[in-house]
Design a protein around this ligand. Sequence first.
Ligand SMILES: [Zn+2]
Length: 272
Amino acid sequence: MKPIFIAFVFPGLIIAGCKQSKNNTLEEVLSGGRWIDLTYSLSDSTLYWPNNPTGFRLDTQSNGITPAGFYYSSNSFSAPEHGGTHLDAPVHFAEGKQSADKVLLENLIGNAVVIDVSEKALKNRDYLVSIKDVQDWEVKNDSILQGSIVLLHTGYGQYYPDVKKYFGTTEKGTAGIAQLHFPGIDPATAEWLVTKRKIKALGLDTPSIDYGQSKDFKTHQTLLGKNIPAFENVANLDKLPAKGAYVVALPMKIKNGSGGPLRIVAWVNNAK
Ligand SMILES: [Zn+2]
């Protein structure tokens, strides 16, 4: 019953690999494509919201030859939850909703569509992705299937980790927050994607799904309030096709966490 198993677990791969026999194993289907890392490394350069008092820290605990004669390396790390490539768990803006450890795997893995708004967003740091942007994508690519992971390519990923170009300011603290200028998703678009397309996750290549000048974080409230997680500071979106990518986005499983570091990758069919 292998083909049924594959079709059930990885329906996207079956569609993507449809030129191959349906009797192919999952491994054979996967060998027809490649994995693309959509994750920034965590380091001293990792970007955090201007009012975060700390960043990513890696402290060496052991590094060298032990008395027993073998090499041994071990570190400890600490970091705020929200920085670098990371998950926003629903509880981040919606009391009582899922924490990082409770987000369903079904919401983190699946077919992705990539909506490229970079032409407009790179000309306007305060750009809000509109319903029309999504509808224009659908005219070219067909309707977004229910249960898709929607990724918005604003083009700002090319600036990461240049804080001035990426955030629009190098200022820290509350004053820095007021100076944030980067694109995000119009709350009306978020609402439309939830109600009309029943998306299961939303990600993008900026620090926040709400634009830098947002004061009420309405897009966060809209999505997270419905237990739809968000992925922020997603890397390499320019390397994905408009559709056909299959995303696996696995966050650190922090109990009661409001988010956390996310390792997100996408499988892309070589034929595309
Ligand atoms: Zn966040």
